[in-house]
Structure formats: structure tokens, C-alpha cells
Design a protein around this ligand. Structure first.
Ligand SMILES: Nc1ncnc2c1ncn2[C@@H]1O[C@H](COP(=O)(O)OP(=O)(O)OP(=O)(O)O)[C@@H](O)[C@H]1O
Ligand SMILES: [Mg+2]
Length: 223
């Protein structure tokens, strides 16, 4: 589902990712862990075609996206959801408008889209906020809208960059249940975090980044 072959990325003279080779299967839940500045967000941005690698090849859903043209990117991203570390909501729009725009971009049929909106509003406890402007929400509520927007179109691939950084423990547990449910239904989930407690909840497939190099642990026992 996601394959990286010998991928390297520099910013100026700084090497951020060095010879990363990684296979993430369909329905896998893969956790990328490492300290601030380790390159976690950069790795997710490469998968989302938001950044280009300097070396190596990247395949998403059997398509080589390594040197994808600007015009071809929307079609690739259409089946991907991205939970941004900095949320990137349209602050003047309502919660509902933010979520519905994601459905429009993904081309989800109207009836299915309405059902999905109701489902994610309930799962993320946002029903009572749906007509509020995103700017009027707390940080934790904004992060839940960002998650709702990323999952509402049932993406094939979900990229989650520190998705629970602003959430309390109850909301964190709910979000992990949501992600696990999506993975069980076949969505490939890649989660990046600097928080070891979060990483410990995803023991199946862990990728650790340290000074640009990756190490990988797989636990087939399914703890
Ligand atoms: N657009 C950019 N231009 C220059 N340097 C960048 C850019 N984006 C990231 N970097 C550098 O690349 C390194 C990795 O950044 P990245 O955001 O991937 O780290 P991270 O692991 O996500 O960190 P955090 O835990 O703080 O989110 C950092 O040293 C950062 O300064
Ligand atoms: Mg980051």
C-alpha cells in the first residue's frame, strides 16, 4: 500500500531522512516515533506528495508518486486523509463546512457523505459544535475537527501527524479506537508521534527515526 525505497531528503545542507526503506501494508497501523526534529512530519509529507524526495522511490496505492506532476496530485490525495500537526482548518468556516469540504474534494456521493458526517460528528463528540466557527473552538476541539475532516471520506490511507497532541485522555482513547476501527476495515494508518506513551499503544509496527536513519520493529503476536 505504501512503499518507500532508499528515500533521502535534505533541506539545504541538512540531511533529514537518510536511506529510508519501508513497506506499510494495507490495513497496517504503523507508528513513526522520534524526538522533535527527527523527520516524522517530513516523512508523512513525502507520502502525501507535499514534499519531494531527493533520492529514492515512493509508491502509494501501487502508483509511483516520486516525481508526480502538480496536476496529478489531487487524484492521489483524493483517497488519502491527513491529520495535520497544526490542524490547518478554515477558521472562519463552521465545523460542518470544514468537514463537508473534505467530502467534496474526495468526491463522496451525497447520501453516503451525509451518513459519514453524522457518524464522525458523533464519534468525535462534535455534534453540538457543528454550526460554530472553527475559530471559536478550543485547541482540543479544533484537533477533533481536523481528525473528522481527515476520516470522513473513508480514505484508503490515513496520515496522522501527532493526532492527539491537544486531546485529553478520554478523547485520546476515543481517537485511538476510531483509528483502530478504520485499520480493521482496511484503511492503512500511519501515525507520527514524539510521545512514547502514544507509541506504546501501537506495538504492531513501529518505525523509529533518529538523526535521519530509521529502525523498524514488527510484532506479529498482535499485542
Ligand atoms: N521546509 C523546511 N525547510 C527547512 N528545514 C525544514 C523544513 N521542514 C522541516 N525542516 C527541518 O527538518 C527537520 C525535521 O523536521 P520535521 O518537521 O520533519 O520533524 P518532526 O520529527 O516532525 O518534529 P516534531 O516532533 O517537532 O513535529 C527539522 O530540523 C526541521 O528544521
Ligand atoms: Mg512534526
Amino acid at each position: 500500500m505504501i512503499k518507500l525505497f532508499h528515500v533521502s531528503k535534505h533541506y539545504g545542507t541538512k540531511s533529514v531522512l537518510n536511506d529510508v526503506t519501508l513497506l506499510i501494508e494495507k490495513g497496517d497501523m504503523c507508528c513513526i516515533v522520534g524526538p522533535n526534529g527527527a523527520g516524522k512530519s517530513t516523512l508523512l509529507k513525502l507520502m502525501f506528495c507535499q514534499e519531494q524526495s531527493d533520492r529514492g522511490q515512493i509508491m502509494i496505492n501501487n502508483q509511483n508518486v516520486t516525481h508526480m506532476s502538480q496536476s496529478a496530485m489531487p487524484a492521489v490525495r483524493q483517497r488519502m486523509g491527513f491529520i495535520f500537526e497544526d490542524f490547518r482548518l478554515m477558521l472562519r468556516k463552521t465545523v460542518l463546512q470544514n468537514i463537508v469540504l473534505a467530502l467534496t474534494i474526495a468526491g463522496t456521493p451525497h447520501k453516503q457523505g451525509r451518513q459519514n458526517v453524522d457518524r464522525v460528528l458523533e464519534a468525535l463528540r462534535l455534534e453540538h459544535k457543528k454550526h460554530d466557527a472553527a475559530s471559536d473552538l478550543s485547541a482540543g476541539e479544533q484537533q477533533r475537527v481536523c481528525i473528522a475532516r481527515a476520516v470522513v471520506s473513508d480514505p484508503l490511507v490515513l496520515l496522522a501527524d501527532e493526532p492527539t497532541g491537544s486531546l485529553d485522555s478520554t478523547a485520546t482513547a476515543e481517537v485511538f479506537d476510531l483509528l483502530r476501527g478504520m485499520s480493521a476495515r482496511g484503511t492503512t494508518v500511519v501515525l507520527a508521534t514524539q510521545n512514547q506513551d502514544v507509541a506504546d499503544r501501537f506495538p504492531q509496527h513501529r518505525v523509529t527515526l533518529n538523526q535521519g536513519r530509521m529502525t523498524e520493529q514488527r510484532n506479529t503476536c498482535g499485542i
